[in-house]
Design a protein around this ligand. Structure first.
Ligand code: ATP
Ligand code: MG
Length: 587
């Protein structure tokens, strides 16, 4: 089915979008101009993300503006102004420097979304050290792997997580010199070979001169989501802040009075680039919620915190769709102006549902851990074509390419033709390497392009459409089928909550399409429903693309950042080893 575009007004905005004239803005854009939006360190001493995010506001008219509002699981609320955050992050930088932790050394964070995480992240950057976040739900092995691969010098975690997950590994982490524990003093004191985070903070000076980092100095180490295999450590530098800032302006439409809520956990790149850095570089207020997804809690937060810009993920949208729209009408969400989503393809059904549920479409945007920031987006001012990721950011050149057998790259000009999504390197938040995997990094580039590993097509008007990850694409009877297309159609059926689609080896067709489907609460699985779904999909997709088999599952396996792990569905289907499942969400 083709979805009608959701049209935006051409004028009469209450808040005028930052990107009003796409073509012109692109034509006039330069990264040097974007660099000038940041201040640089005082005295021309370099560039440091934490200065741009915190100190420059703390030293100006925004010093008493709220930078972060933290909402605890149990209803606690804590506010941090820019001046307050500056002092606390200074303290943490002093803690690191007193411990002898130097520039470029890695500081790992293993904690839920608690204020200490945000303070440590920014304090680490002030010290010139490298911040590396981990999901608090990781088990011991993924923690050990990442800390040893990343040569972690410091680990900040809670006493509870340490006892449960890290204590047993400690002997195998020879390079890990300091462990800072957040917890009650008596609890921390009883744990050998660790420091008390809060005691060190209390003893530290709240003045600190930021390390004179250069734009190219390493700042962040992010492990990819591990959707398609073993996670890779993507390295980012301080200059990335230029792109974080710019994309916050154009793609998330930040305005000075905004209250922004990014629901992502900093364990995943979105939770750092947009859950910490981008809103702070703009001097706006960010909401941090410690709790996990709960539809009613979320609507309550949107209402009470008067959230204006909201950045979430398709998996959360699908969970909200499962709960339905009636409950939303109980909340006053009149402040909400812009909703965006990232992480996975956003099914057209979900975009249109947003319009019904919130009175505005959900704006899909596309990027990767490697790109450090949003690359392709739907903008506040532009019509939304449901199912499309939108158009490249100013400063970003995206193309569809075909790799030839001889290793050369051919750019596809024709609209509608599928190929690999590629980007011209050179934007500031571009990763500078995969940690210890030089060869793998090198292979990402060919013919002057960065190859993303995703397949897409571009339409006549320059909108990009996601087809699938190169690894997930199904070849059936000579056709290339993207699982997303099939999943999206299944999701249009009222019974379906989630769908994961794979290619199953077949002696005749090469592969046949197989779907795994979880149902909405009001439905239960039956042979009748299976046949109905098969028929429904066949009618819309045609016999070649429609699934030949559908299995009902309680949950579709996902990463902790909410991405469908098709490789795991496939491995299970074929009885093969499951591979790296360190990022698998517990089921
Ligand atoms: P790994 O590289 O370890 O397999 P991953 O690719 O899932 O994991 P991330 O960097 O977190 O790790 O995710 C980026 C990928 O997520 C993109 O390459 C793309 O496949 C997918 N993605 C992100 N946003 C979108 C979107 N809006 N539409 C479609 N796909 C998206
Ligand atoms: Mg990837």
């Amino acid at each position: 089915m083709t979805w009608k575009a959701i049209e935006k007004p051409r004028q009469g905005w209450t808040v005028v979008p930052n990107l009003l004239d796409y073509e012109r803005t692109r034509a006039e854009f330069s990264w040097d101009g974007a660099r000038r939006e940041l201040d640089g360190l005082p005295g021309g001493l370099g560039l440091n993300i934490a200065h741009e995010a915190v100190d420059r506001h703390a030293a100006g008219p925004r010093r008493d503006h709220r930078a972060l509002r933290w909402l605890g699981k149990r209803g606690e609320v804590r506010d941090f102004t820019y001046a307050g955050l500056s002092a606390l992050t200074n303290r943490f930088a002093n803690v690191l420097s007193r411990l002898g932790v130097g520039r470029g050394e890695r500081v790992f964070l293993l904690a839920g979304r608690i204020p200490e995480l945000y303070i440590s992240a920014l304090g680490t950057l002030k010290n010139g050290s490298v911040f590396c976040p981990l999901f608090s739900a990781f088990g011991p092995e993924p923690i050990r792997q990442r800390i040893s691969l990343g040569d972690g010098r410091v680990l900040v975690t809670t006493a509870m997580l340490y006892k449960r997950k890290v204590a047993e590994l400690r002997a195998s982490l020879a390079g890990l010199r300091h462990v800072l524990l957040i917890g009650a003093p008596e609890e921390v004191r009883a744990i050998p070979d660790t420091h008390d985070f809060h005691q060190l903070m209390a003893e530290a000076d709240e003045r600190f001169t930021i390390a004179p980092t250069a734009p190219e100095d390493l700042a962040l180490l992010h492990f990819t989501s591990g959707t398609t295999g073993r996670p890779k450590g993507a390295m980012h530098v301080h200059e990335a802040a230029v792109a974080h800032h710019l994309t916050g302006y154009f793609a998330l439409d930040f305005h000075p009075d905004d209250i922004f809520w990014c629901t992502a956990d900093p364990g995943w790149v979105t939770g750092t680039s947009y859950g910490i850095i981008a809103p702070l570089t703009h001097g706006i207020t960010s909401i941090v919620d410690e709790a996990e997804f709960d539809a009613e809690r979320w609507y309550g937060i949107l209402q009470r915190q008067r959230v204006t810009v909201w950045y979430t993920a398709p998996t959360a949208v699908r969970m909200m769709m499962k709960v339905g729209t009636e409950v939303i009408s109980k909340y006053d969400l009149s402040r909400l102006r812009f909703i965006a989503s990232v992480g996975e393809p956003l099914n057209p059904e979900a975009v249109v549902w947003g319009q019904k549920a919130f009175g505005m479409p959900i704006h899909d945007n596309w990027w990767q851990t490697e790109t450090g920031g949003i690359m392709i987006a739907n903008y506040a001012s532009m019509d939304v074509r449901p199912g499309s990721m939108g158009r490249p950011l100013p400063g970003i050149e995206a193309g569809i390419v075909h790799l030839r057998k001889d290793g050369s790259v051919e750019m596809v000009d024709e609209p509608g033709v599928e190929g690999e999504l590629a980007l011209r390197p050179g934007w500031p938040s571009m990763f500078r390497g995969y940690l210890h995997e030089e060869e793998r990094y090198r292979k990402c580039f060919a013919g002057g392009w960065y190859l993303t590993g995703d397949l897409a097509r571009r339409d006549r008007d320059g909108y990009f459409w996601f087809v699938g990850r190169a690894d997930d694409v199904i070849k059936s009877s000579g056709h290339l089928i993207g699982p997303f297309e099939v999943e999206s159609v299944l999701l249009e059926h009222p019974a379906v909550a989630e769908a994961g689609v794979i290619g199953k080896p077949d002696p005749v067709a090469g592969q046949v399409v197989k779907a795994f489907v979880s149902l909405k609460p009001a439905y239960s699985s039956s042979e009748e429903l299976r046949l109905e779904l098969l028929g429904f999909a066949r009618k819309r997709l045609g016999a070649v693309v429609a699934p030949k088999e559908i299995d009902f599952v309680a949950n579709v396996p996902k990463t902790r950042s909410g991405k469908i792990m098709r490789r795991l569905l496939k491995a299970r289907e074929l009885g093969l080893p499951e591979g790296d499942i360190s990022t698998l969400e517990s089921q």
